[in-house]
Design a binder for this molecule. Structure first.
Ligand code: NA7
Length: 554
């Protein structure tokens, strides 16, 4: 007969990596249960996206009242959103308010970048190396790393030689940047650049936009939320969140379920005229579903938006340059804009089409294309992110047998529900690649993911398990499903972060689709989560290290 040896206790039961919207709610739920948990955050404060992106014009594209957390009635009652689509400073204030209200800061450690996370098969826990030199151990690691948290810069020569100021929009300085009377360049015309350009066009000396591919965009139609409007919103909160759970995108916008070609053209146009004037993503998500799947329907609607561009941009040549030709409306993430197109009507705003001559290098005084040299005081890189897997790749994550996640995902991104990875026990992602969060109203997906992970952990703790891992078969089932979803979507043909494209990251250039997002919409994603839970966490193997140690020495 042998005695059971107690396994060593890790420093924490749970370590959450990232103090953004997901990490904040995740630690709230863990703290409520009294779990020994902490959050490690690389930045100097909480907020994630809203801590970092301080560029002018940074704001929600989701209605503020559908973006905020839904978990606390008291919070919903007391918070007054000042704008329908709230700006970064207010968003960060909100998240700090949540942190203060629920006393969460005490669980968070800032300026702590996690460099490595290694699974220790003998001890049955994770060992994390932190940038401050510490090694911390935990039974479970929860990745709340954010979708777009690794900014990427062009691979251009001479970037360090530039004598003026330059920064990626993600790293916009925390102190105010005076752009008045300055000659400013902005590279990129994605959702970020479109917000920046609309905001700064009338505040800078000269603004030159370097555009490689134009992006379809639509008006944000933002408005102030006064006391009366906020009262109306508060009364509707239950209904708002119920609707968000029901709609594919997790918004109040419900797709028009009539067949595109069954509705007479005049009626289609009348509907688009109305949606174009309405706030938010309605023009994208309240539209006919064929916009996403049918070439002809998409082409007709894209032509409608092209005409809107021609109406709003005075110079016909500039207008044509702003109309995308290589993809249709809505197959990439649609940027919402305020005064973006009108910016090009200003004499101090210039558009350089990089199709006429690509960027060659950065010089000491500005930018050189194959056609010309341009002098600038400031260069703004609005050049996007190593989306979704980028933040995982930056951590040396090693699972069973020392396998590196970076290597595994280089071959093929594979998860189960976007929550589990085969070969990486006790690692959870409430909003990971291939989860429902990425393609939907993010915080709605986050609350779903965090709640599900908490149920999962409680199940595990209640049964005395301390090791859980998804089977290869279950991960394959989900990954195949995610891949198949792309087949019906026009988005599979677009060069955007939805398909894992990024010209600035080796291996992510044009050519292969990287299956990053689950495209089935929120209700189907929630059903998939519930089905797995209701089947007793089918496809997850559970064990207890004390038992296995007893077995080993029996
Ligand atoms: P995006 O949408 O990835 O846009 C990046 C933009 O930068 C896009 O216009 C790119 O052109 C351009 N880009 C990137 N690299 C280069 C180089 N090397 N030369 C010229 N132009 C370049 O990122 P955003 O930050 O705007 O938006 C990200 C998300 O934030 C958005 O989807 C929302 O969810 C919020 P390209 O199209 O690749 O030709």
């Amino acid at each position: 007969m042998s005695q059971t040896q107690s396994p060593p206790t890790p420093d924490y039961e749970v370590i959450v990596i990232g103090a953004g919207v997901a990490g904040i709610y995740q630690i709230k739920r863990l703290a409520d249960l009294g779990v020994n948990a902490t959050v490690l955050e690389a930045a100097g404060g909480l907020g994630g996206t809203w801590y970092n992106n301080r560029y002018p014009g940074a704001r929600f594209d989701s209605e503020s009242y559908t973006y905020g957390y839904s978990f606390s009635k008291e919070l919903l009652e007391e918070w007054h959103w000042k704008e329908a689509f709230s700006g970064q400073p207010e968003n960060l204030r909100y998240l700090n308010h949540v942190g203060d209200k629920f006393d969460l800061h005490k669980y968070m450690q800032f300026n702590c970048r996690v460099d490595a996370a290694h699974w220790d098969e003998d001890q049955n826990f994770w060992r994390l190396s932190v940038s401050d030199g510490r090694t911390l151990t935990c039974r479970f690691v929860i990745m709340a790393l954010g979708l777009l948290s690794i900014p990427t810069l062009p691979r251009l020569e001479g970037m360090a030689d530039f004598k003026g100021r330059s920064f990626h929009t993600f790293d916009w300085p925390h102190e105010p940047v005076d752009l008045s009377d300055k000659k400013v360049a902005i590279i990129g015309t994605g959702a970020t650049a479109i917000q920046v350009i609309g905001e700064i066009a009338d505040k800078v000396g000269e603004l030159t936009v370097f555009q490689r591919r134009p992006n379809w965009c639509a008006p944000l139609n933002n408005y102030d939320v006064d006391d009366a409007e906020m009262d109306r919103i508060r009364k509707r909160y239950d209904e708002i969140f119920e609707t968000c759970l029901r709609t594919p995108g997790g918004f109040e916008h419900e797709p028009d379920r009539r067949g595109f070609f069954e509705v007479p053209r005049e009626e289609r146009i009348a509907m688009w005229d109305r949606l174009y004037e309405e706030p938010g993503f309605g023009i994208w998500l309240q539209n006919f579903r064929e916009i996403f799947t049918d070439e002809d329907a998409n082409a007709e609607f894209s032509e409608y938006i092209a005409d809107r561009i021609r109406q709003r941009v005075e110079d016909p040549e500039t207008a044509e340059k702003l109309i995308p030709r290589d993809h249709g409306f809505g197959v990439q993430r649609v940027p919402l804009e305020t005064n973006y197109l009108e910016a090009y009507n200003r004499p101090n705003v210039h558009l350089v089409d990089l199709n006429d001559g690509p960027l060659e290098r950065v010089t000491e005084t500005g930018l050189r294309t194959t056609n010309a040299d341009y002098d600038f005081d400031v260069i703004i890189y609005a050049t996007g992110f190593d989306a979704m897997t980028g933040a995982h790749d930056r951590i040396d994550i090693r699972g069973v047998g020392g396998e590196r996640l970076r290597d595994k995902w280089r071959e093929r991104i594979s998860t189960c529900l976007g929550v589990f990875i085969h070969g990486y026990p006790n690692l959870l992602m409430p909003n990971g690649p291939q989860s429902g969060s990425a393609s939907t109203n993010y915080p709605r997906g986050i609350e779903t993911g965090v709640d599900w992970c908490m149920d999962f952990l409680e199940h595990l703790w209640a049964h005395g398990y301390d090791r859980a891992e998804v089977t290869a078969a279950e991960a394959e089932r989900w990954t195949k499903h995610v891949e198949q979803m792309y087949e019906v979507m026009l988005m599979r043909k677009a060069k955007s972060w939805f398909t894992g494209y990024n010209s600035n990251v080796e291996g992510h250039e044009e050519g292969t689709i990287r299956y990053l997002v689950y495209n089935g919409g929120m209700p189907k994603y929630r059903k998939a989560l519930n089905d797995v839970a209701e089947a007793g966490y089918k496809g997850i193997t559970f064990s207890n290290s004390a038992d296995s140690i007893a077995e080993k020495i029996a």
